[in-house]
Design a protein around this ligand. Structure first.
Ligand code: ADP
Ligand code: MG
Length: 693
């Protein structure tokens, strides 16, 4: 029996009133007008009354699904109004088992999973849970139907599943609201027989019905009319029944006492679909001091939440896919956009590279404080070559000179620079070769042509090995540069000829004492400013503190590069944000829809003892699973589209970082946009949720 002191009623109501409405302009309706009631452990009570008399309202209050507007409800001597919603959930899963007229099974779960549910919220281990649910169902003659969904079961069978669920956590007090109301008379009789057995086994059974005949089977009958108890009497007819009318009742077989509640007798034939019987067993007392001490669902049960979330997604396959479409497109577009952005960025950097982001120009000039321009000496150049941030030093002399081949005579820019010219300008030789350092030292009279210069002087003729007269000195053509295009505006590099630096000084520019300018190449584009400063300091030191030289401003180019980078990143960030927002709103929308559709399921979960946070966790898990699935599909789709684009020649660079980032954002979006609906679900009132669609 429940309770230690038989004198303390298990349930005691004093002056319980319930008023609906009275807020937000809704008229106040008094449904219960002061109910006084005591029910002791082990009683079999029927509460009977016409439809609308307040029976269900009373049951919801008894079962801690709803709170009274006034009055005192003592459970085992303790005032229930002091308990918070978690404690009430604890009491529901520990003490009560609900059986409803409409069964209230979760449609997407199998019979066994429906029965297991209260134990999940009580924190029972998965094996023990499955075993107990199996035994309860077998005991109720449902061994062959455990994996069936509710729609695949008859009304009577569904009601037996819901009774098994009510017993899952012990079911000390069975609260049954019109349990036979939807059943044919034979199934109804079977269900009633089960209640008799349970009452016989020590459960407290509170049966709510409008049907006097059904009520007549209880040991005590309480009549309720218009929210008031009008009669409360012992049933003379009852109590004498020695053998409950179990149709097809089998031999009891081996009985097995259960610590946590009902004793289940499993007959040898139980597996063959025969029923065992409930036997009298001591139900442990419900100690309100232990509120919340049960572990609740642990991390191990996360896969339970995932499994049911996954099932929900599969059942609503087309809707799931449509919702996911938002996230799939979001993630895929983020990946593709970032890929295109990165591709464009790398192309810009490559272009800036050929224009020379790592390149500075230096020349002598009069110092700002007055006086003559300085001399950039050979010693200065070798000192500059020794600077750690400087990779190459390219002295250049260049002037328009008259150049002749056969009868073609042109004024053309003659660019005299060391053999490093092609690498400094990232420029390839298209035909033949460039001169070497050794040839430069030997003052070899060799010339390499720009592509335009080549066609001016040689037309379609092969220029290699031909002679070119520069000034009055003959030079041999050894190569032609690749076409460069007009990338730097003022000078057309394609319309020049190139000769070795020392050769130039010795044979063409004899009067020149120093280079026209020096091209300096820094080790990397992010070292340009440091390199520029190092060059400045070195030359200042060498020139006795006089700034009689100038260094071409690389900062402007760097600025341009940085700007390009920044605006590109901003734009792509915006696109990413928008697509994720769209995906997130999709998730929120479908979650809100889901919650609307599954309000009753939420009510059922709460009635079987789910805490607010259990419901929150369930729906957050669903939102997360939704977005993670969308994220995975989006990744796959994005990579596929990117592959097609790359094959089509679009400069696109996929980065793992972008993919992980997009995926993480999708998951985070799920959490953020799933949280509001999940919290809405968790905050639902159990009674309101149960009454939902
Ligand atoms: P019974 O179960 O005996 O048929 P109920 O307890 O369901 O009766 O309802 C009793 C009365 O309370 C009815 O008149 C019903 O219209 C009213 N009622 C029930 N629930 C609400 C509610 N949420 N808001 C307003 N009135 C309600
Ligand atoms: Mg009712």
């Amino acid at each position: 029996m429940v309770g230690v002191d038989a004198a303390v009623p298990l349930i005691e109501l004093r002056g319980i009133r319930k008023q609906y409405g009275g807020r937000d302009g809704a008229p106040a309706v008094d449904v219960l007008h002061g109910i006084d009631l005591r029910i002791h452990a082990g009683e079999f009570v029927a509460i009977v009354g016409q439809s609308g008399s307040g029976k269900s309202t009373l049951m919801h209050i008894l079962g801690c699904l709803d709170r009274a507007s006034a009055g005192v409800y003592r459970f085992n001597g303790r005032d229930v109004s002091q308990l918070d919603s978690d404690a009430l959930a604890w009491l529901r899963r520990k003490a009560f088992g609900f059986v409803f007229q409409g069964y209230h099974l979760i449609a997407t779960e199998s019979a066994r999973e429906n029965v297991e549910m209260p134990a999940i919220y009580a924190g029972m281990a998965a094996n023990a849970r499955a075993e107990r649910a199996g035994r309860l169902l077998a005991r109720l003659g449902m061994s062959g139907r455990m994996d069936n969904r509710p729609q695949q079961l008859s009304g009577g069978q569904q009601q037996r599943v819901s009774i098994a669920r009510a017993l899952m956590n012990g079911g000390h007090i069975i609260l049954a609201d019109e349990p036979t109301g939807a059943l044919d008379s034979r199934s109804g009789a079977e269900v009633m027989a089960l209640f008799h057995e349970l009452a016989g086994a020590g459960h407290t059974v509170i049966l709510i019905t409008h049907d006097r005949q059904v009520a007549g089977q209880a040991r005590r009958i309480i009549e309720i009319h218009d929210g008031r108890i009008v009669a409360d009497r012992r049933n003379a007819r009852d109590g004498s029944r020695a053998e409950p009318p179990v149709p097809a009742a089998a031999d009891a077989g081996v009985c097995e006492g259960e610590g946590a509640g009902v004793g289940i007798c499993v007959g040898a034939e139980a597996d063959a679909g025969e029923r065992g019987r409930f036997t009298e067993s001591e139900l442990p007392a419900i100690d309100l001091d232990e509120v919340g001490r049960d572990p609740g669902p642990g991390w191990a049960d996360l896969h339970e939440a995932l499994r049911s979330a996954w099932r929900g997604m599969r059942i609503n396959r087309s809707r799931t896919l449509l919702t996911l479409l938002g996230i799939i497109i979001g993630v895929a577009s983020v990946i593709i956009m970032l890929g295109i952005g990165e591709g464009a960025r790398q192309r810009v950097i490559a272009q800036l590279g050929t224009m020379g982001t790592t390149i500075m120009y230096m020349g002598s000039r009069p110092p700002p404080t007055g006086g003559p321009a300085g001399q950039i000496t050979e010693d200065d150049l070798s000192a500059l070559r020794g600077l750690p941030d400087i990779r190459r030093v390219l002295p250049v002399i260049g002037d328009p000179l008259t150049v002749r081949h056969g009868n073609v005579n042109r004024g053309i820019y003659v660019f005299s620079a060391s053999e490093e010219m092609p690498s400094v300008h990232q420029w390839d030789v298209a035909q033949g070769r460039f001169y070497t350092d050794a040839e430069d030292r030997d003052l070899a009279p060799l010339v390499v042509l720009g592509s335009k210069a080549r066609s001016h002087f040689f037309g379609s003729e092969d220029p290699l090995g031909k002679q070119l007269l520069i000034g009055s000195a003959p030079f041999e053509v050894i190569g032609v540069m690749a076409e460069r295009g007009a990338d730097s505006g003022a000078q057309d590099y394609d319309d020049m000829v190139f000769i070795p630096y020392r050769t130039g000084r010795a044979r063409v520019y004899q009067v020149q004492t120093q280079p026209d300018y020096v091209v300096l190449e820094a080790r990397s584009s992010d070292r340009v400013l440091a390199a520029e400063e190092a060059v400045r300091q070195l030359l200042l030191a060498r020139h006795g503190g006089r700034e009689d030289f100038g260094i071409g401003n690389a900062a402007a180019r760097l600025q341009a590069e940085a700007d390009t980078r920044r605006s590109m990143t901003t734009m792509l960030g915006l696109i990413a944000a928008v697509s994720l927002l769209v995906g997130g709103i999709g998730v929120m929308n479908v979650m809100l829809m889901t919650i609307k559709e599954r309000t009753r399921e939420i009510g059922i979960r709460m009635a079987t003892g789910a805490r607010n946070r259990d419901v929150l966790r369930q729906f957050l898990t669903e939102a997360l699973l939704l977005t993670v699935t969308g994220g995975v599909l989006g990744l796959a789709g994005g990579v596929a589209v990117a592959a097609v684009l790359i094959l089509a020649g679009v400069p696109l660079v996929l980065s793992v970082k972008a993919m992980l980032g997009a995926f993480a954002c999708a998951a985070a979006t799920g959490m953020v946009f799933g949280f509001m609906p999940a919290r809405t679900a968790a905050r639902l009132d159990p009674v309101v949720a149960l009454a939902g669609e």
